[in-house]
Design a protein around this ligand. Structure first.
Ligand SMILES: *[C@@H]1O[C@H](CO)[C@@H](O)[C@H](O)[C@H]1NC(C)=O
Ligand SMILES: *[C@@H]1O[C@H](CO)[C@@H](O)[C@H](O)[C@H]1NC(C)=O
Ligand SMILES: *[C@@H]1O[C@H](CO)[C@@H](O)[C@H](O)[C@H]1NC(C)=O
Ligand SMILES: *[C@@H]1O[C@H](CO)[C@@H](O)[C@H](O)[C@H]1NC(C)=O
Ligand SMILES: *[C@@H]1O[C@H](CO)[C@@H](O)[C@H](O)[C@H]1NC(C)=O
Ligand SMILES: *[C@@H]1O[C@H](CO)[C@@H](O)[C@H](O)[C@H]1NC(C)=O
Ligand SMILES: *[C@@H]1O[C@H](CO)[C@@H](O)[C@H](O)[C@H]1NC(C)=O
Ligand SMILES: *[C@@H]1O[C@H](CO)[C@@H](O)[C@H](O)[C@H]1NC(C)=O
Ligand SMILES: *[C@@H]1O[C@H](CO)[C@@H](O)[C@H](O)[C@H]1NC(C)=O
Ligand SMILES: *[C@@H]1O[C@H](CO)[C@@H](O)[C@H](O)[C@H]1NC(C)=O
Ligand SMILES: *[C@@H]1O[C@H](CO)[C@@H](O)[C@H](O)[C@H]1NC(C)=O
Ligand SMILES: *[C@@H]1O[C@H](CO)[C@@H](O)[C@H](O)[C@H]1NC(C)=O
Length: 497
C-alpha cells in the first residue's frame, strides 16, 4: 500500500515537471531577433507596436504577431502571421523578415512604408499571402519572390514600384491573385507567365508596360479577370488566342495603345465585361458576344460598319458605349426592346459622335433606358422632332451613380441615444432595435457590372453568409464609383437583435 502511494507521488511530480516545460514554450530565438529588427526599421508614431518589447512574442501575443499553437520539432513556437494593416507605419521593411521561416501571412496593407521590397522575402517558402498594397514602396520587384511556390495572393498595388515584371514569377505555381496595378512597372509582360495555371486575377492596370500582349497567356484556363488599362503596348493588337480563355468574366484593356481589330470573343461564354475603349482599334464590331454581357465599352476607337443586330439579344446589358467611332448604318431598336425588365434593370446606350443615319424599329424606349445620339447624321435629318431628346450633348458616362441611405425611421427619437455610435437597425425584425454598428469600408477592385443596384441583394447575401450573419445585420450605408472603375462602399454591421 505504502509502496503504491510513493509511486503515485512520483508520477504526480513528474507530471508537474512536464507541465512546467509546457508553460515555458517560447518563440524561436532567430525569429525574436527578426521581429526586433523589423520593429527597428519601422517608424510607429501611434505606438501600435509598443508591446513589442514585453516578454516573448508568441507567449505574450505581441500586437499583430500570430504564432503556431504548439512547438515544432525544434521545441520552439513559430511566427505564422504578421498582420500590421493600417497602422500608420512608415520606415522600411527589414531584410530580416526573411528569417521568419514559418510565415504564412505577411500583411502591411495601407501603411506609409518606403524603401524597396527585401529580396529575402523570397526565402519564406510557406508564405501564402503577401499583402503590401497601399504603401509608398519603390524599387523593383525582386526576382526571388518567384521562389514563393505556395503563394496564393500577391498584392503590391498602389505603390511606386518600377522596373520590369520578373520572368521568375512564372514559378509561383499556386498564385491565384496577382494585383500589381497603380505602380510604374515597365517593359514586356513575360510570356512565361502562361505557366501560372492557377491564376484567377491579373491586375496590372495603371503601369507603364509596353511591348506586346503575349498570346501564350491564353493557356491560363482558370483566368477570370484581365485588367491592363492605361499601359502602352505600342504597336500591339489583341491576340486572337484570347478567345480560348473560356472562363474569363472581364477583359479590360482601356487606353493601351492597341492596334488591329477586335478578335471574335463569342467562345468566352461567361464574359460579363469588355472594355477596349481609348485604343486605335479598327475594323468592325464582332457580330456576337456572350449572352452574359453587362458592360460593353468600345468607345474612342476607329471602328466602322454597323452595330451588330445580335447586340439586341443581350438581356442583362447595362451599358453599351460605342461613342467616338466611325460606325454607320442604322441603330437596331431591338437593343432596348429585348432588355430584361426586372425591377432594378437599367441600360445606358451611348452612340454619340458616329456616322449613324437612322433607327430601325420603334423608338419607344422603356423606363430606365438612356440613349445618347448626339453628333450623328441622324440628328441632322428632316424629322428630328421625335429624336431631339436623344440628340443633346450631355456629358459622358454613368459612373457617378451613387447612393446613400437616408434613415426614414418612424421610431421614437428619444428611445435610441442618437449620437455617433447608436442608431436604429434599418432591417431589424424587432421594431426600433437600437444598436451600435461596426462601420466597414469596402472596395470592389474590379466589378463586372456598370450599375450596382440589381446586384446589391446578391452582394448582401454573399457578405452576410461569409460572415455568418443574419441578412438584417448588414446595411450598405453608401456606395460610389471611383476611377478604375472601382466601387467604394461603406457597410454597417449590426449585432443580432
Ligand atoms: C492548432 O493549429 C492547427 C492549425 O492551425 C489547428 O488545426 C488546431 O485546431 C489548433 N489546435 C488548437 C488546440 O488550437
Ligand atoms: C493614423 O494617423 C491619422 C493622422 O495622423 C490619425 O487620425 C489616425 O487615427 C491614425 N490611424 C491609426 C490606425 O493609427
Ligand atoms: C535568404 O535570401 C538571401 C537573398 O535572397 C539568400 O542569399 C540566402 O541564402 C537565403 N537564406 C536562406 C536561409 O535561405
Ligand atoms: C516614385 O518614384 C520615382 C522614382 O522612381 C520618384 O521620382 C517619384 O517621386 C516617386 N513618386 C512618389 C509618389 O513617391
Ligand atoms: C524559376 O524561374 C527562372 C526564370 O524564369 C527559371 O530559370 C527557373 O528554372 C525557375 N525555377 C523553377 C524551380 O521553376
Ligand atoms: C490608379 O491610377 C490611375 C491613373 O493614374 C488613377 O486615376 C487612379 O485613381 C489610381 N487608382 C488608385 C486606386 O490609386
Ligand atoms: C514609361 O516608360 C517610358 C519608356 O518606355 C519612359 O520614357 C517613361 O518615363 C516611363 N514613365 C513612367 C511614368 O515611368
Ligand atoms: C507609347 O509609346 C510610344 C512608343 O514608345 C510613344 O511614342 C508614346 O508617346 C507612348 N504613349 C504614351 C501615352 O505614353
Ligand atoms: C430576366 O432576369 C431574371 C433574373 O435574373 C431571370 O430569371 C429571367 O430568366 C431573365 N429573363 C430573360 C428573358 O432572360
Ligand atoms: C427603373 O428603376 C427603378 C429604380 O431602380 C425601378 O423601381 C423600376 O422598376 C425600373 N423600371 C424598369 C422598367 O426597369
Ligand atoms: C419620327 O417621326 C417621323 C414622322 O413623325 C416618323 O416617320 C419616324 O418613323 C419617327 N422615327 C422613329 C425612329 O420613330
Ligand atoms: C438622401 O438624401 C440626400 C440629401 O438629402 C439626397 O440627395 C439623396 O438622393 C437621398 N438618397 C436616397 C436614397 O433617398
Amino acid at each position: 500500500m505504502l509502496q503504491l502511494r510513493t509511486c503515485e507521488c512520483v508520477f504526480v511530480l513528474s507530471y508537474c515537471y512536464l507541465a512546467l516545460l509546457t508553460v515555458a514554450q517560447v518563440t524561436s530565438p532567430s525569429e525574436v531577433n527578426a521581429l526586433l529588427a523589423v520593429k527597428n526599421n519601422l517608424i510607429d508614431p501611434m505606438k501600435h507596436l509598443s508591446d513589442w518589447n514585453k516578454g516573448d512574442p508568441c507567449a505574450f501575443k505581441w500586437t499583430g504577431v500570430f504564432c503556431s499553437n504548439s512547438t515544432g520539432t525544434d521545441d520552439y513556437l513559430h511566427v505564422e502571421e504578421l498582420q500590421l494593416m493600417n497602422m500608420n507605419l512608415s520606415g522600411s521593411l527589414a531584410p530580416e523578415l526573411g528569417q521568419l521561416s514559418h510565415l504564412k501571412i505577411l500583411d502591411f496593407t495601407w501603411n506609409k512604408l518606403t524603401g524597396s521590397i527585401p529580396r529575402e522575402i523570397g526565402n519564406l517558402s510557406s508564405l501564402k499571402l503577401l499583402l503590401l498594397n497601399g504603401n509608398k514602396l519603390s524599387g523593383s520587384l525582386p526576382d526571388e519572390l518567384g521562389y514563393l511556390s505556395k503563394l496564393d495572393r500577391l498584392q503590391v498595388d498602389q505603390n511606386n514600384i518600377s522596373g520590369p515584371l520578373p520572368k521568375s514569377f512564372a514559378n509561383m505555381s499556386s498564385i491565384r491573385h496577382l494585383h500589381l496595378n497603380n505602380n510604374s512597372i515597365s517593359g514586356q509582360i513575360p510570356p512565361e507567365l502562361y505557366k501560372l495555371s492557377a491564376l484567377f486575377h491579373l491586375l496590372l492596370d495603371n503601369n507603364n508596360l509596353s511591348g506586346y500582349l503575349p498570346p501564350e497567356l491564353s493557356k491560363l484556363s482558370e483566368m477570370r479577370i484581365i485588367q491592363l488599362d492605361n499601359n502602352n503596348f505600342s504597336g500591339s493588337g489583341i491576340p486572337d488566342t484570347y478567345s480560348n480563355l473560356s472562363r474569363l468574366a472581364k477583359l479590360s484593356l482601356r487606353n493601351c495603345s492597341l492596334h488591329g481589330s477586335i478578335p471574335d470573343l463569342r467562345s468566352i461564354r461567361k464574359l460579363y465585361y469588355l472594355d477596349l475603349s481609348k485604343n486605335n482599334l479598327g475594323g468592325s464590331i464582332p457580330s456576337k458576344l456572350s449572352d452574359s454581357m453587362r458592360t460593353i465599352d468600345l468607345s474612342e476607337n476607329h471602328l466602322s460598319g454597323p452595330i451588330p443586330g445580335s447586340f439586341s439579344n443581350l438581356p442583362f446589358l447595362q451599358r453599351l458605349s460605342l461613342e467616338s467611332n466611325q460606325l454607320n448604318g442604322s441603330v437596331p431598336a431591338e437593343i432596348w426592346q429585348n432588355m430584361n425588365s426586372t425591377k432594378s434593370a437599367r441600360l445606358t446606350i451611348d452612340l454619340r459622335i458616329n456616322s449613324l443615319s437612322s433607327i430601325s424599329g420603334a423608338l419607344n424606349l422603356p423606363d430606365n433606358v438612356t440613349l445618347r445620339l448626339g453628333g450623328n447624321p441622324i440628328c441632322k435629318s428632316a424629322n428630328t422632332a421625335n429624336l431631339t431628346q436623344f440628340c443633346g450633348s450631355e456629358a459622358g458616362g454613368d459612373w457617378t451613380t451613387e447612393r446613400s441611405m437616408n434613415s426614414t425611421t418612424t421610431c421614437p427619437v428619444q428611445a435610441c441615444p442618437i449620437d455617433n455610435f447608436f442608431e436604429y437597425v434599418p432591417a431589424s425584425p424587432l421594431p426600433c432595435f437600437c444598436a451600435s454598428p461596426l462601420k466597414v469600408g469596402y472596395r470592389l477592385k474590379s466589378p463586372s457590372f456598370s450599375y450596382f443596384d440589381p446586384y446589391a441583394p446578391q452582394f448582401e447575401l454573399y457578405v452576410t453568409r461569409s460572415l455568418n450573419l443574419n441578412p438584417y445585420q448588414l446595411a450598405i450605408d453608401s456606395y460610389f464609383w471611383e476611377e478604375g472603375p472601382r466601387l467604394r462602399m461603406y457597410l454597417k454591421l449590426f449585432p443580432s437583435s
